[in-house]
Write a protein that binds this ligand. Structure first.
Ligand SMILES: [Zn+2]
Ligand SMILES: [Zn+2]
Length: 251
């Protein structure tokens, strides 16, 4: 990998050793051309943290290019995919992080954590996803599939999910929203999903949606990791991975 477009910092509260300086040092040690620092925006007020990060990057002199972005959360109180803030005009790169069970706002680690029935969850996930990819402030859909994979049984729902992805891909292409191949998500997938995960990206490519890689690193050693990403790319057409310049805002 020559880039890494999804990296968190110590400011998010669940990282270790991810000062801005440590991130830039690691990126240079890995020989990356470009990184995007995309810390969490859980609430509108967190945009101040992104400005703080931008200030710290300015005071450093890394060899790599650094894009200041954010992983802006989808608002878990609703099922329409709205972000916690649309006030992201100053950012070069906005990834939409869909982490919570829509309407109940719970972060599910396992199916039992989801308060909704599987069918209720599926309906709320579907309407949320279609809302996210209808929002032109979004540059990239972070880790597509991570949330349903942590809640739904692949045997019952994977094909139904793919049908939703067909519509989501059509809207993403219209709004120039890329889909991320997320290394951290890949490492967490169970076998029911892992072997078929590339199908999501086939659907994206068929609709003309760009694919972009991000490690989702929360510690320095995870930056640039790409074992799952390479495994996925092997199942997709050669050369299908886009570059940072294909997905960042140019205006
Ligand atoms: Zn995320
Ligand atoms: Zn993330």
């Amino acid at each position: 990998m020559t880039y890494d477009m999804h990296i968190h910092t110590d400011y998010c509260g669940h990282c270790s050793g991810m000062s801005v300086e440590a991130i830039l040092r690691r990126a240079d040690a890995l020989g990356l051309d470009t990184i995007a620092i995309t810390d969490h925006v859980f609430r509108r007020q967190d945009l101040a943290i992104i400005q703080q990060i931008a200030g710290e990057v300015k005071r450093c002199t890394p060899r790599c290019r650094v894009i200041i972005g954010a992983e802006v959360d989808v608002d878990g109180r609703y099922a329409d995919g709205r972000l916690v803030t649309d006030n992201v005009g100053g950012l070069d790169y906005v990834i939409a992080g869909f982490h919570y069970v829509p309407t109940v706002g719970i972060y599910p680690h396992r199916p039992d954590d989801c308060v909704l029935t599987p069918d209720e969850f599926f309906a709320a996930w579907r309407s949320s996803l279609l809302g996210i990819v209808s929002n032109p402030v979004v540059s990239t859909l972070a880790h597509p599939g991570r949330l349903p994979a942590s809640v739904l049984d692949a045997k019952i729902y994977f094909d139904k999910m793919l049908a939703v992805y067909v519509e989501a891909a059509r809207r993403s292409a219209e709004n120039h929203i890329a889909w991320e191949i997320n290394e951290l998500t890949g490492m967490r997938l169970n076998d029911g999903y892992r072997d078929r995960w590339h199908r999501i990206y086939e659907i994206a490519l068929e609709a003309g949606v760009k694919l972009i890689y991000g490690s989702d690193a929360h510690d320095p050693l995870s930056m640039g990791l790409d074992a799952f990403t390479r495994e996925t790319l092997k199942k997709l057409p050669a050369g299908c991975l886009s570059t940072p310049d294909d997905v960042i805002r140019t205006s």
